[in-house]
Write a protein that binds this ligand. Structure first.
Ligand code: XIL
Length: 326
């Protein structure tokens, strides 16, 4: 049967999957990930709280293990993520401005330097836009370092690995609703400013955490034009965390699977024609590993079915829809 990465590669794309070392202890998932993906991304192992839990002591053992798996399977691995307001060690969150700036510079130089020449791209800054689209997210980075923290992080990453593609990664940019349109405008304003400043930046990451239940965007009519605006800024486009949550759909599995597959199909129909699209990554490959049961559990407590393969690593309607779209 055709694989997701085989079909993607036939149209010049890569198919990626987020994984953890713990998930990869399951031989069935190891096999599924290595046969279906051309790239992996550490779901959590390459975040600050795992790498520099205490100041100055860096532990790369977990992400290095994932890189070892990628190497032995002939897969690439991309970096996620350097500057974010989540999964930070408490000691970082407690730093006053001058020390925070120094800690960010040391962290980026050390981590990007450790993987220099080995990772094709890095999510350098994650979720910098306010959720309501009213400008930059008022996180500790903005409050203590000012808006320039984004340009500074990108410049530091470029100096540490001039060959890595540098990405700003964001969620909530995919749908046709007013909040999404506002968030896109705030994002484009930031991107234009960075372009004017000549800051190193190669691509935008669309997290693409989608919804099959109407409580979030399920249509993508305006998405192609937004991708063209990104392309006009000479940016590549990566889909970085694709999944389709079914949390508010009725329990019956066939209906849920059909609704989820339809959103995968509509979303891919909107993004696949974009020539600057380079990568599609799902945030997990098997329903057994989805983060959504923790982040947005179903009211009835049933496990969600947001990913292309089911908990036993078997294909679902979404798999066929994705294969047909590719
Ligand atoms: C999530 C992981 O999937 C969880 O296991 C972890 O507990 C929290 O982070 N956007 C991102 C990802 O950029 O890093 C997040 O991953 C999901 C939302």
């Amino acid at each position: 049967a055709p694989t997701l990465q085989g079909l993607a590669a036939a149209r010049g794309l890569r198919w990626g999957t987020a994984v953890t070392n713990d998930q990869l202890r399951d031989p069935g998932l190891r096999r599924l990930v290595s046969e279906q993906s051309g790239l992996i991304v550490p779901e959590s192992e390459l975040k600050w709280d795992g790498v520099e839990a205490t100041p100055g002591s860096f532990d790369f053992s977990a992400p290095d293990r994932l890189l070892g798996f990628a190497r032995e399977q002939g897969l690439a691995m991309r970096g996620h993520t350097l500057v974010w307001h989540e999964q930070l060690p408490a000691w970082v969150k407690a730093l006053p401005p001058a020390e925070l700036d120094r800690a960010m510079a040391t962290y980026i130089r050390t981590v990007v330097g450790h993987y220099r020449g080995q990772l094709p791209s890095w999510d350098v800054v994650n979720e910098p836009i306010a959720d309501d689209g009213t400008g930059l997210r008022r996180n500790l980075w903005l409050e203590r370092l000012g808006p320039d923290y984004i340009a500074r992080a990108l410049t530091l990453a470029h100096q540490a690995d001039p060959k890595a593609a540098l990405v700003i990664n964001e969620y909530g940019l995919e749908g046709d609703d007013p909040k999404t349109l506002r968030k896109r405008q705030a994002f484009l304003k930031l991107l234009r400013q960075l372009r004017e400043q000549g800051v190193p930046l190669n691509a935008v990451g669309l997290q693409a955490h989608l919804y099959a239940n109407g409580s979030g965007p399920t249509t993508f009519r305006t998405l192609p034009a937004f991708l063209r605006e990104l392309a006009a800024l000479d940016l590549d486009i990566l889909v970085t965390e694709l999944d389709v949550n079914d949390r508010e759909l009725p329990a019956a599995i066939p209906e849920r699977d059909r609704a989820v597959a339809a959103v995968y199909g509509d979303f891919l129909a909107a993004v696949l024609p974009e020539p600057r699209l380079k990568l599609i990554t799902t945030w997990g490959l098997s329903d057994r590993t989805t983060w959504l049961n923790g982040f947005m559990p179903r009211a009835d407590g049933l496990p969600q079915r947001p990913l292309p393969f089911d908990a036993d690593n078997r294909p679902k309607p979404a798999t066929a829809t994705i294969q047909a779209a590719l």
